[in-house]
Design a protein around this ligand. Structure first.
Ligand code: GRF
Length: 187
């Protein structure tokens, strides 16, 4: 490998996972751009304040095809070789996934293959599960369906609601994502 891998991070909201990835950047990877479909995303402001290049564009009004073409162009212009989704709440098209095949990873707040999609914590509690967790996986055309690269587990405790469980899982997300990303890039 010649120098650190160049990573783009896509966020839609607060960006706490993006922050943990940025803080762990170094010899294995560097973050070349943080992009968002929500120009008002708090994560974007955080990145901007730290001098990380950002790209913000809403698909509203221009449509998915034009939006993704612009996003793709911005990531490539930034020199990105890989994409890490971190709380990016939009489904990427099959074309976009194919164009970046094998080079997009995502963090999902469940122990995949359980609870793909939304409301993972409430569903785990509702099911009476003893544990929950988070997964890093490769992104394919199937929602939350690509190869799982790493997971972290937490107990579900008596009295947990979706919020308390989410906080326990999130703390693990912040440890898991940088570690698994680095392992995956060097495997
Ligand atoms: C995380 O729980 C992540 O697993 C899920 O969305 C949340 C994003 O949080 N996909 P943040 O924006 O990284 O703080």
């Amino acid at each position: 490998m010649s120098g650190p891998a160049k990573i783009a991070i896509l966020v839609s909201g607060r960006g706490s996972n993006m922050q943990s990835l940025v803080k762990a950047a170094g010899d294995v990877y560097q973050v070349v751009v943080v992009a968002s479909d929500k120009p008002e995303a708090a994560g974007l402001a955080w990145a901007r304040e730290r001098g990380i290049p950002t790209f913000a564009l809403s698909p509203k009004g221009i449509g998915k095809i034009a939006y993704e073409a612009a996003l793709d162009g911005a990531l490539r212009a930034a020199g990105a070789e890989y994409i890490a989704l971190a709380g990016y709440m939009r489904l990427l098209s099959d074309k976009f996934v194919a164009d970046w095949r094998g080079r997009i990873v995502n963090i999902h707040p469940s122990l995949l293959p359980k609870y793909k999609g939304l409301d993972t914590h409430a569903r785990a509690i509702e099911a009476g599960d003893a544990e929950a967790g988070c997964s890093i996986h490769l992104v394919t055309e199937e929602l939350d369906g690509g190869e799982v690269l790493g997971q972290a587990r937490v107990p579900i405790l008596p009295g947990d609601d979706a919020e308390t469980l989410a906080a326990r899982v999130l703390a693990e997300e912040h440890r898991l994502y940088p570690r698994v990303l680095a392992e995956w890039l060097t495997r």
